[in-house]
Write a protein that binds this ligand. Structure first.
Ligand code: FE2
Ligand code: FE2
Length: 559
């Protein structure tokens, strides 16, 4: 008996320093074992044999023996009776706490038929106490048989192992469900953004949407987007960013500060996500102490960077990590693609506009007597359509259609087109080809396909006596019916070298008589309602073709 019964004085306590969670689990195990066996257990480290938690009044005299065989018992993993003598047994049960092996041990009084009193000094040696203490202990115990001890030990070990496994699985489920719910939030955010990737939504509409969603998902105090003109690095240099910064939450940085960071860290050249936590922001060269943590990701599409998306200051003052940076990067890419599409659309519209301009000047050059006819018809049609309650998109389309309605005249002989005075029947038939010729000229241009019905049908009549298809009533496309009235009005009122334009009263009379025969009564009604504006339009001197139809209508109505 070389080791002293050192642990008796610490009965029921943990030995050494543990984190509270470990101490709590050890005590829980000990309590559970006590509920099965009715005695306190001593818990040891399965590898070193070191006592972690003493059982009340339970310390085994030959401490070194249990400590030595501890690792072997744990490896076997089976409950074992390690000593059985003098009417007393020591039971050891290997347990696990996570990856740590533990050995629980307790002494038991065995039932015996022996009438002679037990040798308390021997029991004292086994337990590590005096004979008197051993006697006291002995008579306070319930009697066990070896078989009952073994059965109970197996059941207890299995139950406790199952509990540990359930605890581990529950923890894993919690982790998986946490990560699932954050993945779900991220996916629904990205899905929501892609649903809003319409050309009609502007950069700032989609940007605002993204910032407000991100504010709920990313643990940051503020978010912002700094837009820049792609390919123009100077755009991030000077000031004048008031209109190119979007923010959400508490954002301590303005456009100047953010563009300073973009410049200082050469972000436009690196074109990758940039994360700066305290390690960087607490350095002497960090320019803005109010920014303690920041992520910056580019709004990138192909070669172009349309701006930078920033998450600023962690809500718990922790550092931002790869999870936040990668979600932000996905959003940055979506915003970049959207900006790229808008840019592409803007360039396409510009191209279409320049084609329309070129065609309009070709028509005017072809027939100088009717100079400005296309532009006047376009604006008159827009005013009539506005009177009829058509929407902005339709007004824009109608303006384009008005400009191009006579584009087919490019294919009509100059001698016929410029002939002063009456046309022969043959010449008139030749001129009547211009709607179909116009249609052929434009049919290859996908962007202009919506104006084709106007080009083809602007000479149809409400009573079906027009050309080229002799359509009648509502089978004539409505925009063609509108253009027909504007076209006739400009033709009747404009001066020609060979005749003066008709007076307003005469035109009004012709329209009244032709309503419901030559022209759509609804359009004629709109004409009389908007008569004053229409005369203003006719008198308006216009330099070039202005495609801002809505702006033009507004300015006309304000003046
Ligand atoms: Fe025409
Ligand atoms: Fe015309």
């Amino acid at each position: 008996m070389s080791s002293p019964p050192a642990t008796l004085s610490l009965a029921g306590n943990t030995v050494g320093t543990f984190v509270p969670a470990v101490r709590h689990r050890l005590k829980q195990m000990s309590t559970e074992l006590r509920s099965y066996f009715g005695v306190p257990f001593c818990l040891r480290d399965g590898n070193s044999g070191e006592v972690l938690l003493t059982g009340e009044g339970q310390s085994f005299g030959d401490d070194s023996i249990l400590a030595t065989i501890c690792a072997g018992l744990c490896q076997e993993g089976m409950p074992t009776i390690v000593a059985e003598e003098h009417g007393c047994a020591i039971l050891a049960i290997p347990l696990k706490d996570g990856s740590q092996d533990l050995l629980a041990a307790a002494a038991f009084r065995l039932s015996t038929s022996d009438a002679a009193p037990p040798a308390f000094n021997k029991i004292g040696q086994l337990l590590g106490c005096s004979a008197k203490e051993a006697q006291h202990w002995f008579y306070a115990q319930s009697e066990w048989t070896i078989a009952a001890l073994q059965r109970m030990a197996h059941l207890a070990a299995e139950k406790m192992a199952a509990d540990v496994e359930i605890g581990r699985l529950t923890e894993e489920i919690d982790k998986v469900s946490d990560s699932l719910s954050s993945t779900y939030e991220e996916i629904s955010l990205l899905y929501g953004l892609t649903q809003n990737l319409r050309i009609s939504s502007t950069d700032s509409q989609l940007g605002d949407l993204a910032l407000n969603w991100l504010l709920e998902v990313i643990p940051c105090r503020g978010l912002s987007i700094l837009y820049q003109v792609p390919g123009d690095k100077d755009r991030t240099h000077g000031g004048g960013f008031e209109h190119s910064l979007l923010t959400a939450g508490e954002c301590p940085a303005d456009a100047k500060m953010l563009s300073h960071i973009v410049r200082q860290f050469s972000l436009n050249e690196k074109r990758a996500a940039f994360v700066a936590n305290q390690r960087i922001t607490e350095r002497g060269d960090w320019p803005f102490p109010e920014i303690r943590q920041i992520i910056a990701v580019p709004l990138v599409e192909g070669e172009n960077i349309f701006g930078w998306l920033f998450a600023i200051n962690h809500t718990e003052e922790k550092g931002f990590g790869t999870v936040e940076a990668s979600l932000l990067s996905s959003v940055g890419t979506i915003l970049g693609i959207h900006s790229g599409n808008i840019e592409l659309y803007r360039r396409q519209s510009e191209f279409v506009t320049s084609v329309v301009r070129a065609l309009t000047s070709a028509i005017d050059a072809k027939d100088p007597y009717t100079c400005g006819h296309s532009d006047r018809v376009a604006r008159l049609s827009v005013r009539l359509a506005q009177q009829m309650g058509m929407d902005t998109e339709t007004l824009n389309l109608l303006y384009m259609a008005g400009l191009l309605h006579d584009v087919g005249k490019i294919g009509i002989d100059d001698s016929v087109l410029r002939k002063p005075g009456r046309l022969t029947d043959e010449e008139y038939e030749h001129i009547k080809l211009h709607p179909e010729l116009g249609c052929n000229i434009l049919s290859g241009l996908k962007q202009l396909e919506d104006v084709l019905p106007v080009v083809l049908h602007h000479h149809e009549q409400w009573d079906g006596k027009g050309y080229p298809h002799k359509l009648a009533g509502e089978s004539i496309p409505v925009l063609a019916r509108v253009t027909a009235v504007a076209d006739a009005y400009d033709a009747m009122t404009s001066d020609r070298p060979y005749r003066k334009g008709m007076p307003q009263e005469r035109v009004a009379q012709i329209f009244r008589e032709g309503s419901g025969t030559q022209w759509d009564p609804q359009v004629i009604k709109a004409f009389f309602e908007a008569h004053d504006d229409i005369q203003t339009i006719m008198q308006e001197e216009r330099a070039g073709t202005d495609f801002d139809v809505i702006g033009w209508i507004k300015s006309m109505q304000e003046s």
